[in-house]
Design a binder for this molecule. Structure first.
Ligand code: G6P
Ligand code: MG
Length: 217
């Protein structure tokens, strides 16, 4: 079956906002005396804000009352949104913009599948929101990755079978979500394990060659 739809994760794939998530959590943890490092951060990729806090607390073997958790979640999001304010279309690399345009030129459907509730705000800042045929994000799902809900929303609204969708992800949780529903899972970046992704690429533009390879077979 030929691939027709390319679903991109947002943070850490389209734009480097994964760094801003990291810095915001680092600040929260510093203030609260909680341990936080790269290895726990990798586990937060693709995971909702609330579940991320739960993972950090579990890692620290600490429990907090819901009211305190809500306060920390709001604080984290405010810190994160402060960094997003400085985002402009210059934060989008040429490699990514050219690849998105080339995919459209070749007739592929392109979509975003992210657990973030800030997705549309970021896409607007980057001035690419209108490029996508569909957007699925933290505002339309009730379970975050590795649950496949975020990707199924896309195949449903675009009326495509899952086998014809290819997902590009920087998170193991996203790779697992794609594979659970038989979408092709492509990993990018250091945090995706070679063993679980169907393919691993170095740059987003490698998608073009990969699609030629898959679709001509
Ligand atoms: C993405 C990021 C996660 C983040 C989640 C929720 O999946 O990879 O690190 O926790 O979105 O983002 P939000 O902007 O809603 O806090
Ligand atoms: Mg990501």
């Amino acid at each position: 079956m030929k691939v027709k739809t390319i679903i991109f994760d947002l943070d850490g794939v389209i734009v480097h906002t994964d760094k801003f998530h990291y810095l915001a959590w680092e600040k929260i943890c510093e203030e609260e005396g909680l341990l936080f490092d790269e290895s726990i951060n990798h586990q937060l990729r693709g995971v909702s804000r609330r579940e991320s806090l739960d993972l950090i607390l579990k890692y620290n073997q600490k429990e907090l009352k819901d009211i305190k958790k809500d306060e920390l979640l709001e604080k984290k999001n405010n810190l994160y949104k402060e960094s997003l304010n400085h985002l402009t279309k210059n934060d989008l690399s040429n490699d990514i913009l050219d690849t998105l345009l080339e995919l459209k030129k070749r007739g592929y459907l392109i979509a975003i599948g992210s657990s973030s509730k800030n997705t549309k705000f970021i896409l607007e800042k980057l001035e690419i929101i209108n490029l996508f045929d569909a957007i699925s994000d933290g505002t339309n799902i009730s379970r975050s990755k590795p649950d496949p809900e975020v990707f199924l929303y896309i195949s449903n609204i675009l009326n495509q079978s899952n086998e014809t969708c290819l997902v590009v992800e920087d998170a193991n949780a996203g790779i697992e979500a794609a594979k659970r529903v038989k979408m092709i899972a492509v990993g990018i970046g250091d945090s995706v394990s070679e063993e679980i992704a169907d393919y691993k690429i170095k740059n987003i533009s490698n998608i073009i060659q990969l699609l030629e390879l898959i679709n001509n077979n």
